[in-house]
Design a protein. Structure first.
Length: 181
């Protein structure tokens, strides 16, 4: 796996102050993507032990709420083995920290894919929040929390897996209606 950047003390890509790993590789190629530079899985730096150590160092800090995986698409087929290894390691070392993940795949697609993909299954089992769906420019709204377009959902992965139905972590429809979340 390759990556473009590790952002520290980020407060735009999940709750609290977080470390963000911007991975390379995306097959969705959404029109007007803000991170098109990350689409090529062969661009960026090799995700090695030094990168993992940099992430661990940030997660050790009391003020750090957790990690967000973005990109590119962390769930791009070529990233899944390394992402599965990383999120399992983080959940074991830092069980109190949350793991958020952006993907262009819809939740329902991932549920189907994980039946045949043990790496994807391992990833989902270790995530706390999944922000799903392709970015669609005509559905873009600035008022949304953490996502760019209204088709994207912010999913509580643990509750969704437990109940076998999609449970929203933040309901952006209520946000748009003016309700406080």
């Amino acid at each position: 796996m390759r990556y473009h950047n590790i952002t520290k003390a980020d407060m735009l890509n999940g709750e609290g102050l977080r470390v963000v790993l911007w991975v390379s590789g995306c097959s969705h190629h959404c029109h007007a993507c803000q991170n098109a530079i990350t689409w090529n899985p062969n661009d960026g730096l090799i995700f090695d032990e030094n990168a993992k150590q940099e992430i661990r160092k940030e997660l050790e800090k009391d003020w750090c709420s957790g990690i967000t995986l973005s990109g590119g698409d962390p769930l791009f087929i070529g990233n899944r083995f390394d992402v599965a290894t990383l999120v399992t390691e983080i959940k074991n070392l830092f069980p109190e920290k949350t793991i958020w993940c952006y993907t262009g795949y819809a939740w329902e697609e991932l549920l189907e894919q994980q039946k045949k993909d043990p790496n994807l299954r391992k990833i989902l089992e270790n995530l706390d929040v999944l922000l799903d769906g392709k970015f669609i420019l005509r559905k873009a709204l600035e008022k949304l929390h953490y996502v760019g377009s209204s088709n994207q959902c912010i999913i509580d992965v643990r509750k969704s897996l437990e109940t076998n139905k999609k449970v929203l972590y933040i309901d952006n429809e209520k946000v748009l209606e003016g309700e406080n979340i």
